[in-house]
Design a protein around this ligand. Structure first.
Ligand SMILES: [Zn+2]
Length: 346
């Protein structure tokens, strides 16, 4: 980063590098999910504490106009004059649940959502709000948040695995997100784990996401239960007769209680997630794998067998200092990721 020479005398607070060196003000974090389930806006102080937040889910997969209008509304509420008593907004960070080119500031695509292909989201918000804006993939942002203010603090090589509707991954090395050449590094949901396996959101067969995402787990449970009355009854019992609302976490609990169908599904998750992560461990040798998103709410029911599986599949030297942990930011990880993006270099 180059030193900026100024003609006047330098004072202690003067900006002499590309960094903001701010002591007061705010940042805004915005979360845009590919599924429509989560659109959030948060106002945070410069220590990353969220002061005010709003979350508006949509019941359908959103197009750009719907999402941007919704975020506009939320921004107005979150950044009103009464909220900004201690300065102005210095930067905006946006975590997007799709393919993002962080270097160019564009959304490449959100699977199944309309109007996002090559959308210049960074320019849109920079112009709209008149402050610098940083965008990235939501799992990348969550990975950064977990290493900055979550369970991965102090770790040099962290792999974050976000297991929600899809599966996203983010790799943080020495405090920086590793993007790769075209910003697709970490797209681990599309690793092939089972040839001729179930169909993935991208259209291919046998990808990790098609087996171990929350949506895949829930679909398999509901689909298979049709032929197993005991499982169907168990689903009705834990969902209050609203089977369609069953969560991945509940499938793990039913497996632990002995339901054979749930056990089969959970076993598939451990088997194929284990294969994917063991392969990644041999490539990048991480110090920590952080599991986040709705599937990770199953906690040790997910992690303990997975840890055993990875240890079994990996060279001992590759896992010598590996820890596998549940996200400490939980369902806030993506939004905290957006805030963390905004706070970089401030
Ligand atoms: Zn795929």
């Amino acid at each position: 980063m180059s030193i900026r020479h100024t003609s006047g005398p330098l004072t202690g607070t003067q900006r002499i590098t590309g960094k903001l060196l701010a002591t007061q003000g705010y940042v805004v974090g915005i979360e845009i999910s590919g599924s429509g389930a989560r659109q959030s806006v948060a106002l945070a102080d410069l220590d990353g504490n969220i002061l005010h937040r709003i979350r508006r889910p949509l019941e359908y997969v959103p197009d750009t106009e719907t999402v941007l209008a919704l975020i506009d509304e939320m921004l107005t509420e979150v950044t009103g004059p009464e909220q900004l008593r201690n300065g102005r907004i210095l930067r905006v960070g946006i975590a997007v649940g799709g393919l993002v080119d962080a270097a160019l500031g564009i959304v490449r695509t959100l699977h199944h959502a309309q109007g996002w292909d090559n959308f210049p989201l960074q320019d849109y918000f920079t112009e709209r709000l008149d402050v610098p804006c940083i965008i990235d993939n939501d799992a990348n942002a969550a990975a950064l948040a977990e290493t900055t203010r979550g369970v991965g603090v102090g770790e040099r090589v962290v792999l974050y695995v976000g297991m929600g509707r899809g599966i996203g991954g983010g790799l943080v090395v020495n405090g920086n997100i590793y993007h790769g050449m075209t910003c697709t590094a970490g797209e681990i949901g599309h690793i092939l784990v089972k040839e001729h396996g179930p169909k993935c959101s991208c259209g291919s067969l046998g990808h990790l996401e098609a087996i171990a995402s929350a949506q895949a787990i829930v679909r398999a449970m509901i689909g298979l239960s049709v032929e197993y009355p005991e499982t169907e009854a168990a689903i009705r019992r834990v969902t209050g007769d609203r089977a369609e609302r069953i969560t991945a976490e509940q499938v793990f609990r039913l497996a632990a209680e002995g339901d054979k169908i749930a056990q089969h599904i959970v076993n598939e998750v451990h088997t194929y997630l284990g294969i994917a992560l063991a392969n990644i461990v041999h490539l990048v040798n991480p110090g920590m794998i952080v599991l986040g998103g709705p599937v990770a709410l199953a906690g040790e029911l997910l992690i303990a067998p997975l840890r055993a599986r990875i240890l079994e599949l990996c060279l001992p030297a590759a896992t010598q200092s590996l820890r596998i942990a549940q996200s400490s930011l939980g369902t806030d990880a993506n939004l905290m990721g957006a805030v963390t993006l905004a706070l970089q270099d401030i």
